[in-house]
Design a protein around this ligand. Sequence first.
Ligand SMILES: NC(=O)c1ccc[n+]([C@@H]2O[C@H](COP(=O)([O-])OP(=O)(O)OC[C@H]3O[C@@H](n4cnc5c(N)ncnc54)[C@H](OP(=O)(O)O)[C@@H]3O)[C@@H](O)[C@H]2O)c1
Length: 512
Amino acid sequence: MADSQRHPFLHGLSKHRGAPPTVVVIFGASGDLTARKLIPAVYNLGADSLLPTDFHLVGYGRKEIPDEEFRKLAADAIKEFSRREPDEKVWDRIASNTTYVAGGYDDPAAYQRLARHIDEIEKRVGRDVQALFYISTPPSVFAPILRNLGAAGLAGKHLGAPHHAKVIIEKPFGRDLESALALNGTIRSVFEEHQVYRIDHYLGKETVQDLLVQRFANAIFEPLWNRNYIDSVQITVAEEVGVGTRGGYYEQSGCLRDMIQNHTMQLLALTAMEPPVSLDAEAIRDEKVKLLKAIQPLNLGGNGDVARAQYSEGMIGGKAVPGYLSEEGIAPGSKTETFAALRLSINNWRWQGVPFYLRSGKRMARRVSEIAINFKRPPGTLFAEGEKFNLANNTLAFQIQPDEGLGMILNAKVPGLETRTQPVKMNFRYATTFGSNTPEAYERLVLDAMIGDGTLFIRGDEAETSWKLCTPILQAWVEAGREGMDSYPAGSWGPASSEALLTKHNHFWRQP
Ligand SMILES: NC(=O)c1ccc[n+]([C@@H]2O[C@H](COP(=O)([O-])OP(=O)(O)OC[C@H]3O[C@@H](n4cnc5c(N)ncnc54)[C@H](OP(=O)(O)O)[C@@H]3O)[C@@H](O)[C@H]2O)c1
């Protein structure tokens, strides 16, 4: 039974959006992301009848993989990672149009082979087919792939009008402002901006999209969404996992690059931007860029607006875990932060004087991403805080993951013959109201890219603006070496320096 038939609230949620005939080419098709997210996303779009009738999937990579073996790898990935039990009929339909092209990422001849392969598909389909190139490789080969797509005429001209080719680029989008500018330069030399889809998979999450609905479809919030009523905003993106076997990769990245510059900044932009004039991709992205540009440069000195730390040994889920410096692949005396916190000021009419606190880290007390809006207190003339009146600031908390939903903290009277107050929680949970079988972020994003809707992707100037803010922080940290690097026990909510960032302004991190 379809989800919409099973649950009344799902009526009307089925999507009526169609993509044109498409060939999706995945670069790095033998990789981890392809298996865990991309192939299951394609499968689930197929199961929901959201793939175009003429849909083809082409894997590309250096390994020689026969078509049959690639189909088997894909089927195994679906069995292991799909949110649904695989249905053979659905997979057989996709598999019959699934092929693999082997080639180097910087080998022009291989791109000519790929171009011929796409030509043959187009001939078989018998009408124009758009090519969606998904670059899911390590970033070191993003630029060679882009340049070779251009040189082989695959960026549009070869297939007709430019809108017939599109490219999805995985994160990380650069490692600082300079590299992001260089990558944008390469992209723009081959593709036009409207053909480019820079992934931040956070934007594909239901709750992130719900942020816009909550803000702009509910009359009760919008009038309060400003410095007159909001005291401060906290955004937390916490992971429970450590670096695991990816220590080598993480050493080159760190928390600011891995989480803050992209996901956390995107959450901030959506929370704080002005109402867009429409739901059009450009209108929303214009507002996000304006907001990011209004963020003031940070005080990077000691006791300033930033904190960074590495996890030390501690307990996660009742088990002892090692500290970052003892993890596999980590350099002795590593200067890579596993936690970062920032205090940001937005200098515009709406937000002047309202601090925005951002934090993210690995090996924190629990995996949770949330945006908490803390409102100012009403005048305390009637209920003065004391023994009888336990009061809290009203807080609206968007829980992005897990247990997606929205919670509100209100003050209520405790039942009884005298007037006592206590903070209470009002909760809305997605899974309870809508059922738990919601699409994964990558399903939405692959579908949107096929359709040509860039709303949930990062525009080039957004990435650059965010890097403009984060790059000076990275530079200051390189100059400081390990000086100022704090630590926090694995399984905690972060270091003392992160608490201090707030307490000096009379604020406290909430425990999500
Ligand atoms: N895995 C995740 O959960 C995740 C999450 C978010 C974003 N991402 C991003 O998605 C992209 C792909 O991630 P992934 O985890 O799938 O990567 P991966 O497994 O390390 O690599 C993907 C494929 O790229 C090729 N490759 C690997 N190392 C290479 C190198 N040094 N030079 C050229 N080709 C190389 C390999 O295919 P061949 O040898 O066949 O060419 C490999 O199967 C990355 O940009 C990553 O940052 C990944």
